[in-house]
Ligand binder design. Structure first.
Ligand code: MN3
Length: 210
């Protein structure tokens, strides 16, 4: 399992489950290419972009938080590494259902009902034009907020329009779904809800609320 603080040079974390175990929602071919090739590529490109610089000793979180001082290659590949390392952990073959515990209470307080949050998060993914991510974040005022970013940006980044700590992210790049769903992003988003590892989302919430 990847840890929250990964110091460079960065490593591709192993998937915490078999590549075929998220079927039928996401098939093994997508998972293999997405993890090995796409995420693997972000890690390799990030390592080569920061080789010999002080960023080699920074955590991926710190690189994201100060990303404006780095070249675009670090923003794209550093974001790609952080986002995917999180994505593998917030999905699970045993995922789905509804959130529980503190997270459920926080969602109900913030959005009224789980279904209202679910609709808002799904729309954030649907309405992201081109490639990007939908997020559930805890912002600096400790509020729960749904937002989205383009490309491999994330809400940790100092360049993000809405900033905070991501506790749930959904990849809406075509590489995340095209082989199975083609242009049907809505079907992929519907399927994604069957995979969310709410224990891990709760763990991330507890981390940021400390
Ligand atoms: Mn991706």
């Amino acid at each position: 399992m990847p840890t929250m603080t990964m110091t460079g040079p960065f490593k591709l974390p192993e998937l915490p489950y078999a590549a075929n175990s998220l079927e039928p929602y996401i098939d093994s071919k997508i998972m293999e290419i997405h993890h090995d090739k796409h995420h693997g590529g972000y890690v390799a490109n990030l390592n080569s972009a920061i080789a010999g610089t002080e960023a080699e000793n920074a955590s991926i979180e710190d690189i994201c938080r100060q990303v404006s001082k780095y070249p675009a290659v670090v923003r794209n590949n550093g974001g790609g590494h952080y986002n995917h390392a999180m994505l593998w952990t917030i999905m699970s073959p045993e995922g789905g259902g509804t959130p529980h515990g503190d997270l459920l209470n926080f969602i109900n307080d913030s959005f009224g009902f789980f279904e209202t949050f679910k609709k808002q998060f799904s729309e954030a993914g649907m309405n992201r034009f081109g490639s990007g991510w939908a997020w559930l974040i805890v912002d600096d005022s400790k509020r729960l907020v749904v937002c989205s970013t383009s490309n491999q940006d994330n809400p940790l980044m100092d360049v993000a329009p809405v900033k905070g700590f991501p506790i749930l992210g959904m990849d809406v790049w075509e590489h995340a779904y095209y082989l199975k769903y083609q242009n049907r992003r809505a079907d992929y988003i519907t399927a994604f809800w069957n995979l969310i590892n709410w224990d891990e989302v709760n763990r991330r919430l507890a981390m940021v609320m400390e």
